[in-house]
Design a protein around this ligand. Structure first.
Ligand code: SF4
Ligand code: SF4
Length: 179
């Protein structure tokens, strides 16, 4: 890395001789002050980057200030800062993208959970309708609404059904024994 040695014996006397000779219409005396003070933002604002390093200002400076060397050094500092800013912006952007991915993944996970819960809720609701036990008829209450004749007829029918079932079972048993 090139080392720039800046020798400053005399101060800027603010004669402004350097101003009219600058082909870029810059303010060399201001650029000199900002560069020496390391006021990068100000040097940038006064367009130091436009300096072509022609040396015209230095040539007319009665204080024989090393303007060129100072400007070169400050330009390098600006470049380094610009690069650092660009890198920082890049990292910031990467971090933002990373955060966005994390948020999107978390959201997708939440959505999947929500879908599962909704599906379970639907199943549950349907299951309740299917497995909901039918209200059993109260036999005593049912009897109370019938006439004695109806009750007798139902009992007779039930007895008949029982007999028929018994006979069918017996017939089945004897059939098996024969075979
Ligand atoms: S060295 Fe830069 S500031 Fe000085 S006269 Fe040339 S262009 Fe202007
Ligand atoms: S010519 Fe030199 S002393 Fe005069 S204002 Fe410019 S930098 Fe300062």
């Amino acid at each position: 890395m090139e080392v720039i040695v800046i020798k400053m014996d005399r101060p800027c006397i603010r004669c402004d001789f350097c101003v009219p000779v600058c082909p870029e219409q810059l303010q060399p005396q201001q650029l000199y002050a900002f560069s020496r003070a390391r006021e990068h933002e100000q040097a940038q604002r006064f367009d130091l980057v436009q300096c072509t390093e022609c040396g015209a200002c230095e040539a007319v400076c009665p204080s024989e200030l090393p303007l060129l060397a100072i400007f070169q050094s400050e330009k390098r500092a600006l470049e380094a800062q610009e690069q650092a800013d660009a890198e920082a912006a890049q990292w910031k952007q990467r971090f933002a993208r990373h955060q966005l991915r994390i948020t999107q993944n978390a959201l997708a996970q939440q959505e999947r959970k929500l879908e599962k819960l909704q599906s379970k809720a639907r199943d549950l609701a349907e299951g309740k309708r299917i497995s909901k036990p039918a209200v059993a008829e109260d036999p005593v209450a049912a009897m109370a609404t019938k006439t004695p004749a109806q009750i007798q007829a139902e009992i007779a029918a039930a007895v008949e059904r029982t007999r028929a079932r018994k006979a069918a079972l017996q017939a089945g048993d004897s059939g098996k024994q024969k075979s």
